[in-house]
Structure formats: C-alpha cells, structure tokens
Design a protein around this ligand. Sequence first.
Ligand code: PAF
Length: 283
Amino acid sequence: MRIIKDLKEMRVCAQKSRSLDLKAVFVPTMGCLHDGHRELLRIGKRLGGLLALSIFVNPAQFGPTEDFNSYPRDLERDLRIAEEEGVDIVFTPLAPDMYPEGYSTYVEVGGLGERLCGVSRPGHFKGVATVVLKLFNLVMPEAAIFGKKDYQQLLIIKKMVRDLDLDIEIIEAETVREPDGLARSSRNRYLSAAEREAARAVPEAIAAAKEAFSAGLVEAPLLIGKMKKIIEKQPRAVIDYIKVCDKDSLEDLDKIETDGLVALAVKVGRARLIDNCVLAKGA
Ligand code: PAF
C-alpha cells in the first residue's frame, strides 16, 4: 500500500497508472473509517483495478462554528483498515497544500446545495464539491464511490460530474447501519450512552415513514408528523429538519405520487445525525 501526501506525487502516480491502463476506483473520505467506509472500499475492490482512498478533513466544508477542530482523526487506525481492505493508494494531503495562501476558486452547486442540510450549513456543499473536484483532478479515477447516507452530497456530486463533463462514473452504495438501525457515521463517536439511546429515534422515524407509506399514507405533512412525534419523544434530540421531497430536485412535495425522498437531520448532543430513504409505490 502506497501512502502519498504530496499533491504532485499523487498526480504523477495517477498519470503513470493511466498510461499503464490501470483503472483507479476512488473512495474519498475524511478518515475515522468505519464499517460504512469499509463497504465502499469492498465495492471498489470488487470492481478491480487500483483502489485509491483519500483521507482529508476538508476545512472548506465546515462552518465557522462547526466541529472542524474536534472532528475525529486517527490516521494510524485508518491506515490499518485501509491495509486490511486491500487499498493500493492512500492519499493524505495537507490543508495548506490543498488550499494555499490566496486560494479563491470554488464550485458553486446551485439550488441543490441550498435545500435540506444546505439551510443550516450554508456553504457546506460548495466546500464538498470543491474538494471532491480537486481530489478527482489529483487522483484521476475512472470511478468514485459515495454512500447514500449522504444522499444530498451524492446528488450534488452526480450533478457536478454531469454539469462539468467529468469523465468519472459515480457509484452509489447503500447505507450501512448499526444493529439497531442507526446509520454508521464518524460523528456517532460523539454520542454518550444516553445520547446513543436517543439517537435510535432517527432510524425509528425512517422505519415509521416506510411503514405508513406502505399502508397507503402519502401526504407529506402526515408522514412528517409521524416522524416528528417519534423524535420528539426523545428530549435529547433536536430536529433540524424533516422533509418529504422530490428525490432528484430535493424540492418539497405535498404528497408522494409515485416516489419521494424522506430525509431528516437531528442533533443529539454534539452529533448532527442525518438519514433518509426513498419511498416508491410498488417497490
Ligand atoms: O462524505 C465525506 O466524507 C466528505 O464530505 C467528502 C466526500 C470526503 C468530501 O470531503
């Protein structure tokens, strides 16, 4: 496994791999790897070719009052996991190299970035799209893998790839969950035992929406009301949003005619938890 910190070295390595017709599959991460990341790496491994992983806590996607400084970092453990999963290249750039003095170019993501998480995290998706484009340019992958837990991020990356004519296939991976249903996330580490208990309400709310939809409930306010009731039973949980929206544009829906996305963000202690599911008639 080759570990590359230097941007130029990464580019030379990517160019060399391309010239040898070695196709790279890329998993971008902010480290603190968990089973969700392992699943992305396993999908990449199955695709064959070179498996590239990046570990970079991207300052550009954190707001001024967010957890950039305290975001969990454990490179030694991450490298062990990368080795176990058969990663070929780990790219670990440094922030001053990615954003040197005077850096000023960003990817504007438009309306998609302003809905759902974009409301309480303004500029977040601009930071995500910018770093992902930079990483794509440095790693030069043929395909990149993103998890559906970050559904809005996935949509935005797919749109960026289309809008900017990038020659990269975006592969979607299912959300990996804890045994009680909580979606795996690096930020789950922030939860105390009592908060972890309260966090179960998030997947429970998703499950309740699924069940109600299967039983014929399609009106957004009623589905949202059901989910809200479950979250509000937990005094430690503070709702940021619960939405029923179009699964492509993320615009609010009044009711689900054929399909729709149910998405929510809930703060439990220091952890901001997100989850979602697509509801579709006849699925
Ligand atoms: O999902 C993440 O971990 C990050 O948002 C990403 C895609 C690695 C960009 O920093």
